[in-house]
Design a protein around this ligand. Structure first.
Ligand code: CP
Ligand code: NVA
Length: 307
């Protein structure tokens, strides 16, 4: 039974489908779930900014009958004012779950280790699992057969890319990642993806050629070129990543009517043109909406059993 939600790799194939199925049920019949986490409390630790993650976890808890408490970077100063271990030990005495967004992935693992309550990863430098679950739910909702899908990811081999690779490995999806040289996904993640993919027949390819990646793709995904914490590299990265911009010409090389996907926030004119993100092929706000439904499912699976 899943105790924390830190990496998609930790989910069994059954648990992965269970999250997607429960998400569908919650999205279709939200009223049936409105008291399922009655009076439960989630702490939300944010060491980085957020719109979607903050809103969807807080709104999700409210819609399930519980509450959420926001802890910003200056509130707890995790690791400097107090050790992660002690933060975890305190929180478990008061509340029912923790969502954490931070830099170092190890901090999330340490928090989970030091606390008996469920810990949910709301983004680290390494992974963004809630995002990828919402993205795969979105594709499924669009009646895409995930086992027969080619997904193209263009840009930085970052946290979002890693979690998409891990999700693809659970569904049998074919994923092509195009990055500039030196910005490929991490070797440690690729090893896990290769291993997990054996169970489902999922394959991935890495290339430095965006046109090659989008060929036959039913969905084209991109993310910002400089992630949170990389602001000082922004200008240098803008030069390196320019050939990876998702524009109309590139979209025309994917399947006709391929979906355009982005985790948001997006920078129009950088990783994607306004024309593409504002087009009818774009599903970015469906992805954002589905963060809410998918995270309600994750919180229910993790926090309901203790009621
Ligand atoms: N996609 C996403 O996680 O958005 P926020 O950074 O606004 O939470
Ligand atoms: N890769 C981006 C994702 C934001 C949701 C970042 O880490 O800033």
């Amino acid at each position: 039974m899943l105790e924390d939600f830190i990496s998609i790799h930790d989910l069994t194939l059954y648990e992965f489908s269970q999250v997607l199925d429960l998400t569908q049920e919650i999205k279709t019949h939200p009223q049936r779930f409105r008291n399922k986490l009655n009076r439960k409390i989630l702490a939300m630790i944010f060491q980085k900014p957020s719109l979607r993650t903050r809103m969807t976890f807080e709104v999700g808890m409210l819609q399930l009958g519980g509450e959420a408490v926001y802890l910003g970077p200056s509130d707890i100063q995790m690791g400097t004012r107090e050790s992660i271990h002690d933060v975890g030990q305190n929180l478990e005495r008061w509340i029912d779950g923790v969502m954490i967004r931070t830099f170092d992935h190890q901090d999330v693992l340490d928090l989970a280790e030091s606390s008996a309550i469920p810990v949910i990863n709301g983004l680290t430098d390494l992974l963004h699992p809630c995002q990828a679950m919402a993205d795969f739910f979105t594709l499924k909702e669009k009646r895409i057969d995930l086992t027969n899908l080619k997904l193209a990811y263009l840009g930085d081999g970052n946290n979002v890319c890693h979690s998409l690779l891990l999700a693809a490995a659970k569904t049998g999806t074919r994923i092509a990642v195009a990055t500039p040289p030196g910005y490929e996904p991490k070797e440690e993640i690729l090893k896990i993806v290769e291993q997990d993919g054996k169970e489902t027949g999922s394959t991935f390819t890495l290339t430095h050629d965006p046109e090659e990646a989008v060929q036959e793709a039913a969905a084209v995904y991109t993310d910002v070129w400089a992630s949170m914490g990389q602001e000082e590299e922004k200008e240098e990265r803008a030069k390196i990543f320019t050939p990876f911009q998702v524009n109309k010409t590139l979209m025309a090389k994917a399947k006709p009517d391929a979906f355009f996907m982005h985790c948001l926030p997006a920078h129009r004119g950088e990783e994607v043109t306004a024309e593409v993100i504002n087009s009818s092929q774009s599903v970015v706000f469906d992805q954002a909406e589905n963060r809410l439904h998918v995270q309600k499912a994750i919180m229910l699976l993790l926090m309901r059993k203790k009621s």
